[in-house]
Design a protein around this ligand. Structure first.
Ligand code: UT7
Length: 335
């Protein structure tokens, strides 16, 4: 029997309107545009408005995906939402999205893998398609990082932004298209280096946790940087090796956007020329689970992906979590 593959048949993104520039950050903390650009590659990022949460951005992206593809809410079997900034601890943001869309035939859940969340969710969705358990899966990567950033902490507030992206996964019997391979990893020995300490069962919210600023992101930037460079570079080059392809065979590399310096090392290790690397960190900063679907959408809009192209996705994030996915691009649905 032929193996059923999962293919991406639709992609959409949502970026909130409010722009936070490096110049504005200079008025908030002791920093400067030159430091931020040279150390990270970031010039500005987007932030939600006061009344927007993660589900609101995801719903905007999904509505756009439905508009582009002609797929309707009732056809969706599963909604997977990769996020570390759900609307609330429970119920799942997937449930809030399901209700808002009227996706009456869907089940779904949230998945927490930080910056690698979209890759973990994509592979999970693909497995549901490959097993025959689902025919249309929405895989969302969405994060409202501004909700957990301390805008008095220059180590972290310059890095993050808010955004949502979504892909539609469907089965294809054509072996030439779809998700071809994945290499995904988790190593909890890195939990101390990047986390949001309070608000869970270990350290429930209290006046003390708020006073201690334990509901904000904490990051040991140097420690994470070292592991991120190695994790992103090895996962992206190993997946090429395992599939006996080289950088020349890749049309585009769509990496998680945490730091331009990390991306440069990974691209170099893959033997890629700079024109094959999707970079939008300058405009959006690190939007955690949203970076890869947003990047994919921009690569399509810029005409940088054609049917039959090899595309590599890679990420590294809190956990630690990291990995890569190799895709052979297939036809996208249009109305
Ligand atoms: O997406 C999830 C995974 N996360 C990542 O992959 C992020 C990985 N880490 C990084 O990208 C980098 O470590 C950062 C961008 C966070 C920091 O860059 P760095 O080159 O590692 O800088 P650093 O933390 O070593 O800081 C160097 C100096 C320090 O001053 P001293 O101790 O040398 O006097 C910092 O206090 O830069 C200072 N500094 C700043 N200066 C101006 C730290 N933040 C700022 C700032 N503006 N915003």
């Amino acid at each position: 029997m032929k193996k059923m593959r999962a293919a991406i048949t639709g992609v959409a993104k949502y970026l909130p309107e409010r722009v936070l520039t490096n110049a504005e950050l200079e008025t908030m903390v002791e920093t400067n545009d030159e430091w931020i650009v040279s150390r990270t590659g970031i010039s500005e990022r987007r932030l939600v408005s006061k009344d927007q949460a993660t589900s609101d951005m995801a719903i905007e992206a999904i509505k756009d995906l439905f508009d582009q593809t002609g797929v309707t809410a009732g056809e969706i079997d599963v909604i997977i939402v990769a996020t570390v900034t759900p609307d609330m601890m429970f119920p799942a943001t997937a449930a809030i999205i399901q209700n808002a869309l009227g996706a009456k035939n869907a089940w779904g859940f949230d998945l927490s893998a930080a910056c690698s969340g979209f890759l973990f969710a994509l592979q999970t969705g693909a497995s549901l398609i490959e097993s025959g358990a689902a025919k249309k899966v929405l895989v969302v990567g969405a994060d409202t990082m501004s909700a957990i950033v301390d805008y008095t902490d220059r180590n972290t507030c310059i890095l993050f932004g808010d955004a949502a992206g979504v892909v539609l996964l469907e089965p294809t019997e054509d072996e030439n298209f779809g998700l071809m391979d994945h290499m995904l990893y988790i190593d909890g020995s890195g939990a101390h280096a990047l986390h949001q300490l309070a608000g869970g069962s270990r350290l429930p919210a209290s006046a003390e946790t708020v006073a201690n600023k334990q509901h904000f992101i904490y990051q040991d930037g140097k420690a994470v940087f070292k592991r991120a460079v190695e994790g992103m570079a090895s996962a992206s080059s190993d997946i090429l090796k395992r599939n006996q392809i080289s950088g020349d065979d890749i049309a585009i590399f769509v990496p998680h956007q945490a730091n331009k310096r990390i991306i440069d090392v990974a691209a170099q290790r893959m033997g890629l020329s700079p024109d094959k690397v999707l970079l939008n960190i300058d405009k959006y900063g690190n939007t955690t689970a949203a970076t890869i679907p947003v990047g994919l959408k921009e690569a399509l809009e810029e005409g940088r992906i054609k049917d039959g192209d090899y595309v590599v996705l890679a990420a590294f994030g809190a956990g630690y979590t990291w990995g890569s996915i190799l895709l052979k691009w297939g036809p996208i649905r249009s109305k």
